[in-house]
Design a protein around this ligand. Structure first.
Ligand SMILES: Cc1ncc(COP(=O)(O)O)c(C=O)c1O
Length: 390
């Protein structure tokens, strides 16, 4: 490996959302944080260099997106995902959650139902509720420890009148990378019932062998016209603090409305650092990503084996993508408050507590395993010790 993912990069006192809030959020400053989805690895060297060069320029003025920024994006998706994006389909947005929220605001009626599949990344709930829409939940089914879509229930929700769906692929927290047949069926239903699909594909580059990622919009021209795809380099290259993402759609009318709203809110300008960082990411960081995926798989194997051996009462779901491990802790027979106490006070680790992903997440925890192996080992040891002492 060219890159050393074992290296510990101290993140305390760096204004880190993950590392500098333990006392405030969990009442314990000594916690090892493996919750919010950013990685404890340095970004690829090409990005660090691009940002250093950009910072060295010293004048931080209003910034344009050069053509080379758009071509870096389109060539990445063609190279890595065999998906041809026309640069004219791209809108910049400060964040995926911003885009999710704008999609709800622009493409559904106040009071109407918006479909999500639970358990799911918690802002999916927020953007529906905070825009005064109703949440229509299609709970995911579990089959042999793997999430599957309940298409009958989904169809019922569509038949009942929901016209918008927020879809997560790969799925957070379960790590499913939805397969062609599943996407196809979802696509057919969306066309049959005229439901617009907002496909959050932020984790698209983080998949494991045997689970190729398929962009929803790549299935057909019709589905591309009936969807917005939300993409970002932030998970892939550990850049969430740069606040950069894109929305892709060939549907001119949807794009026009989105562009207009972003301009209304003056969210259409780019950050000074973003174009250079994104070009370095998408042009010069393939090798880093390939090595990261090998390292993440090693972490995953380690975690799954450790849990099976040391804490067999906990059942972890094997993710097909993402760096998130969803664990069923219901056999511990602890309620939400007790699970939190076990993590934050007894074990001194912070995983994400499952109920925030929906009622289906009660009794679950989610581990972010994108950290040096030694941190993962320490966290799992602390946790298993605390479970044994329960
Ligand atoms: C599925 C999903 N969507 C969106 C985000 C956050 O995106 P952003 O920071 O661009 O709003 C995350 C972060 O964990 C995520 O897992």
């Amino acid at each position: 490996m060219t890159h050393n993912f074992d290296r510990i990069v101290p993140r305390q006192n760096t204004h880190s959302y993950k590392w500098d809030q333990s006392k405030k959020l969990f009442g314990n400053a000594d916690i090892l944080p493996l919750w919010v989805a950013d990685m404890d690895f340095e970004s690829p060297p090409a990005i660090k260099k691009a940002l250093q060069d950009r910072a060295a320029q010293g004048i931080y003025g209003y910034t344009i997106r050069p053509e080379s920024y758009l071509s870096a994006i389109t060539s990445w998706f063609e190279r890595r995902h065999k998906w041809q994006i026309d640069p004219a389909w791209i809108t910049d947005s400060p964040g995926i959650v911003t885009s999710l929220s704008l999609a709800v605001e622009l493409f559904s009626e106040p009071g109407s139902s918006v479909i999500i599949q639970s358990p799911v990344y918690y802002p999916f709930y927020d953007v529906i509720r905070m825009n005064d829409r109703q949440i229509a939940i299609n709970p995911l089914l579990q089959n042999n420890g793997r999430f599957e879509i309940d298409f009958d229930h989904l169809e019922a929700l569509m038949r009942d009148g929901a016209k918008l769906m927020l879809f997560c692929n790969p799925h957070n927290p379960g790590g499913r990378v939805w397969e062609h047949a599943e996407l196809q069926r979802l696509g057919e239903l969306s066309l049959q019932y005229n439901v617009l699909i907002i496909s959050d594909e932020i984790h698209c580059d983080l998949t494991f062998p045997g689970h190729p990622f398929i962009p929803f919009a790549s299935l057909s021209e019709e589905l591309a016209q009936n969807s917005l795809t939300l993409l970002a380099p932030s998970k892939t290259f550990n850049l969430p603090g740069l606040q950069s993402s894109i929305v892709v759609t060939p549907n001119k009318e949807l794009k026009r409305k989105l562009d207009y709203r972003l301009k209304t809110l003056s969210l259409h300008m780019t950050n000074y650092f973003v174009p250079d960082a994104i070009q370095a990411a998408y042009n010069d960081s393939d090798l880093w990503l390939d090595e990261l995926l090998v390292y993440l798989r090693g972490n995953l194997t380690y975690a799954l084996e450790f849990i099976a051996k040391e804490i067999p009462q906990i059942k972890a779901m094997t993710p097909e993508g993402t760096y998130l491990l969803w664990m069923d802790c219901s056999e511990l027979k602890l309620d939400v408050a007790e699970l939190k106490k076990l993590m934050f006070q007894k074990a001194e680790v912070a995983f994400s507590e499952g109920s925030v992903f929906g009622t289906e997440g009660i009794g679950y925890l989610r581990i972010n395993f994108a950290c040096p192996r030694s941190i993962l080992e320490e966290a799992l040891q602390r946790f298993s010790r605390a479970v044994r002492e329960e």
